[in-house]
Design a protein around this ligand. Sequence first.
Ligand code: NAP
Length: 276
Amino acid sequence: MNAMGIKKTVSVLGLGRMGSALVCALVKKGYDVTVWNRSADKATPAGAKRVDELEEAFAAEVVVTCLTSYEVQQPLLSKNIRTLVNLTSGTPAEARATARWAADNGVEYVDGVIMAVPPQIGTPGARILFSGNENHYVLDAFGEPVHVGQDAGLAAMYDLGLLGIMWATFAGYLQAVALLGTEGITPRQFTPMVAQWLNELGGMLPELGEETQHRNYETEVSALDINVAGLRMLTETNREQGVDAALPQALHDLYRRAQEQGHGTHSIASVIEVIR
Ligand SMILES: NC(=O)c1ccc[n+]([C@@H]2O[C@H](COP(=O)([O-])OP(=O)(O)OC[C@H]3O[C@@H](n4cnc5c(N)ncnc54)[C@H](OP(=O)(O)O)[C@@H]3O)[C@@H](O)[C@H]2O)c1
């Protein structure tokens, strides 16, 4: 709402699972919301106005995009957009290319990534990381906007870093559930222990991060040698129990390469020397 009491106009392109949640949050915050979707079959969220022509959507002060990919999105964009808030996930290179396109066409640009699932949108727990322009325009309607830097590619970089941790953690959990399942241990019995374990591991990350910064891997706690031996046991046990061992084998190979490079007495953080 501006000083004259006129509602700010926002358009959303994409009425998928996430796009629809964004529209509902904008309507709830009192914006005048227009929506556009490729297919007619998606329902229009209550309180929003549906348009068939993209040009009608571009009349809004801010255009939010939430589509499958940049590949899908790029042909839809127009220099008639005034401010583009891009919430379509992509790579840093794609975000930077879109930022260049926006600059060349006189379009204000913010690149954001959503660190939440649709039911969380509009709640304080929904973090929206954004980069480029520091003005977050309408992002506060969706949750908690966090500016991560001027370079438009940075939000996508944070997104992929955090998602990489999520995918690795989930795969590790599923591997353990499969392994313990061979002994009749149920996820319900095992998961509370996992939650506590993840909490403890989280507490170790600041020290691990510091070690990688200073490249000082001296340790009195746990040497890489011990961990490589443990990974061999884990890989063997998965095989013995008839469970796919590709994941523990890949970890064993990675850690062993660091050991072979002379890091056997160093801390686990030294594995980054192989990764880098
Ligand atoms: N869902 C989540 O939990 C979540 C979380 C964080 C980030 N995100 C990000 O949000 C974005 C959207 O995800 P979503 O879950 O909403 O996906 P979705 O439910 O599959 O919706 C995809 C949207 O893209 C549109 N689209 C696909 N191909 C198109 C094309 N060629 N031309 C025009 N429109 C096209 C679809 O339109 P039609 O209806 O015509 O198919 C639909 O509106 C993705 O970048 C995703 O990574 C999602």
